[in-house]
Design a protein around this ligand. Structure first.
Ligand code: IVH
Length: 675
């Protein structure tokens, strides 16, 4: 047993080491040498090794990573992680400021402004001041539990300088440009693959199941907001909030400022634009937020983005290169996409060798031909595209005749030979082969296995390629018939990976109705629609027999989507595959038509309503909340999950702000209930 003096010494060492971590990684102002730091660190390590009862998850010694995980588990965010609307033009910024002024009925608005970090959004949960959980943004409602990896980031405190019951810190994990250059140098030296840019390197490092690998990568973090909180006296402004986070030793960037009006915003944009090359980290724009937090709540949210903030993006980068060929790719729904194969060119932080030409009309409009010199454009993480042709540089046969003919889309599918059809008012032409076409089959399988669908880890494109080309898998149900005997004979498939894949397949069998519907890959049925359908019908069989009229009752389902669903479900082949999937053990909980209790973000949560909502009567809001498994209460307390605020709210709103409770407007409520 460690003596009280040793217990105290260990606690002192932990605090001291974390203080130096903050000085070094957070403030860039170390007080001691590396050797002195190592000395403290080793003393703590030795103490913890000798007296295991002294070690704790918030000890800096835990930052080296731990045993690898099998997979990341899912975490439902207490407060959804939304996204920002984008502005590209000065006019859009002026329009944003105008909307805000009108919404708040004021003359001039103060904005908190900061860089838009080009990394990954993360939420950190501190309970009683201790970092207990960290999650990625995911779909905004649920993300992946990356706590073990986040603990290895030394700029992130494991314990806060103060200990409120709950504080969720939101921010961006990134890799500094210098650390990225060093990492790639090491990768080269080891003969391993280099990362395209710091953002990819950060993402790759954070998505490691083995946190010991993450620990070897230098990642950093900047906080830009908070999620849920309890027992935190919230300041009146965003700038105040950032100061509060800084005081708690969370890294916040130095470049933040407060400016007034649209002019102030644009000045800041230009200033940061000039500094951009010198900044130690990558940014892809700046973010403007109404500084006054109460005004933020007043403005509220539209769908998935706040009305009180906007991201002003830097223009896309452009570069010149030459088109070597124009290929045609066949997508999951048979859509034929012309793709320009390019001489490699570095643009927007990556080397680009392919650029989409979108569709036939686009190629003709731009008249892109083989041999052409083209301007390639790439913005942030958007797919690169061919912006235009440099006409003067077109290779010519003689003065008047270009060397190459205009591009023509093939009339038969380049993969399966089926005829290509283009609907009258459709921009895209499609292969009519359906699942007979190997390209469509491969894409359908990849979609089925995707992270947001059945989440079959390890089933990537190389593997699907082989399985389809060898005729081993024709439809999703065949995946669940695969065995060791077949898998170990595939290329690049060691016994270990085969076992992992079988385990992943087995695990994926237990899913949700929404995921299953999404996985089917029905045209025009995305993740959100799949969720709506699951919620509305509750059971797959009810969806399978639904007619257009029944489908049109589902929120956000219009005639086109309804038609796609009816067609898909009417196809005997599709029903057969669904039947086989069920026979092979794919299962989910079915409900009455509303979300199965205990699954949604609202379930088990208490809601308080105050003020008049724009479209929902109080009774309707209550019914919706209850249908999603939530409760409605008349009074606000620490235990309240969400406060839904409408026009002219009462004192409940004040109290909610005081307690730091998550606040929603009607749109926010709908989003949450649909999640
Ligand atoms: S605020 C309610 N501030 O941009 C919106 N986001 O499109 C909360 N991002 O996923 C976001 N820098 O990861 C905010 N200074 C900044 C940011 C920032 C980068 C990212 C963030 C989010 C995306 C929003």
């Amino acid at each position: 047993m460690a003596s009280p003096a040793l217990v105290e010494r260990a606690a002192w060492l932990r605090a001291e080491i974390e203080r130096h971590n903050h000085l070094y990684y957070g403030l860039d102002a170390p007080e001691i040498s590396d050797a002195e730091f190592d000395h403290l660190f080793r003393e703590l390590q030795a103490l913890e090794a000798q007296y295991p009862e002294l070690s704790s998850p918030d000890s800096p010694t835990q930052r080296v990573g731990g045993a690898p995980l099998k997979n990341f588990s899912q975490i439902t965010h207490r407060v959804p992680m939304l996204s920002l609307n984008n502005a590209f033009e000065e006019g859009e910024v002026a329009a944003f400021d105008k909307r805000v002024r009108e919404g708040l009925e004021t003359e001039a608005v103060d904005y908190a402004v900061e860089p838009k970090f080009d990394g990954l959004a993360i939420t950190l949960s501190y309970e009683q001041g201790v970092l207990t959980q960290a999650a990625t943004r995911g779909d905004g409602f649920t993300g992946e539990d990356v706590t073990a990896n986040i603990r290895t980031i030394k700029a992130i405190p494991l314990r806060l300088a103060e200990a409120p019951p709950l504080l969720e810190v939101r921010g961006e994990v990134l890799m500094l440009k210098a650390d990225f250059a060093e990492l790639n140098r090491q990768q080269r030296e080891r003969g391993e693959k280099e990362f395209a840019n710091p953002r990819n390197a950060a993402a790759g490092s954070l998505r490691q199941l083995d946190s010991r690998i993450t620990a070897t990568r230098r990642l950093t973090f900047f906080a830009y907001g908070i999620g849920a909180s309890e027992g935190v006296a919230l300041p009146a402004s965003h700038a105040g909030l950032m100061d509060l986070l800084a005081a708690l030793h969370l890294p916040v960037c130095r470049e933040r400022a407060v400016v007034r009006g649209a002019e102030g915003l644009l000045d800041y944009y230009r200033r940061i634009g000039e500094q951009r090359p010198m900044l130690p980290y990558d940014i892809d724009g700046v973010v403007y937020k109404v500084n006054d937090l109460r005004a933020q709540m007043e403005l509220g949210f539209v769908s998935r983005a706040p009305r009180f903030a906007v991201a002003h993006k830097f223009p896309a980068e452009e570069a010149l290169t030459v088109v070597e060929a124009i290929d045609v790719q066949v997508g999951r729904t048979g859509a034929l996409t012309p793709v320009a194969r390019l001489q490699p060119v570095f643009v927007g932080g990556v080397t680009v060798t392919n650029a989409t030409l979108h569709n036939e009309d686009e190629v003709h409009r731009k008249d892109v031909r083989i041999g052409d010199t083209v301007v390639v454009r790439r913005a942030g993480d958007v797919i690169p595209e061919v912006a235009r042709v440099v006409a003067e540089r077109r290779p010519m046969r003689d003065l008047l005749t270009p060397l190459h003919e205009p591009f023509a889309l093939p009339t038969t599918c380049p993969v399966c030979g089926s005829h290509v059809a283009r609907g009258e008012d459709e921009a895209v032409a499609r292969c009519s082969g359906g699942l007979y076409c190997p390209a469509q089959r491969k894409q359908a399988l990849l979609h089925f296995a995707g992270r947001r669908a059945m989440d079959i880890e390890g089933l990537g494109d190389k593997l699907v390629e082989q399985l389809v080309d060898l005729g081993l898998v024709g439809n999703p149900a065949d995946l669940y018939g695969l065995g060791m005997d077949i898998l170990v004979n595939l290329e690049r498939m060691a016994e270990k990976s085969a076992i992992n894949l079988l385990e992943a397949l087995d695990k994926s069998k237990h899913t949700t109705l929404a995921r299953f519907i999404f996985a089917l890959g029905i045209r025009n049925v995305g993740e959100a629609t799949a969720k709506d359908l699951a919620r509305h019908f509750g059971a797959l069989d009810r969806l399978l027999v639904a007619d257009t009229t029944a489908l049109l009752e589902v929120p956000d389902v219009g005639p086109v989507v309804a038609q796609c669903i009816v067609e898909f479900c009417g196809e005997a082949h599709n029903r057969e595959v669904i039947q086989q999937l069920r026979e092979r053990g794919v299962n989910w909980a079915e409900g009455e038509g509303a979300a199965p209790a205990g699954s949604g973000a609202a379930s088990g949560k208490t809601f308080v309503l105050t003020g008049t909502l724009p479209t929902l009567a109080r009774e309707d809001a209550k019914a919706m909340i209850e249908a999603a498994g939530g409760k409605v209460s008349g009074s606000v307390s620490k235990k309240t999950g969400y406060v839904v605020v409408g026009a002219e709210p009462g004192s409940k709103y004040e109290k909610a702000v005081e307690l730091g409770l998550p606040i929603l407007d009607e749109a926010g409520l709908r989003e949450l209930l649909n999640s």
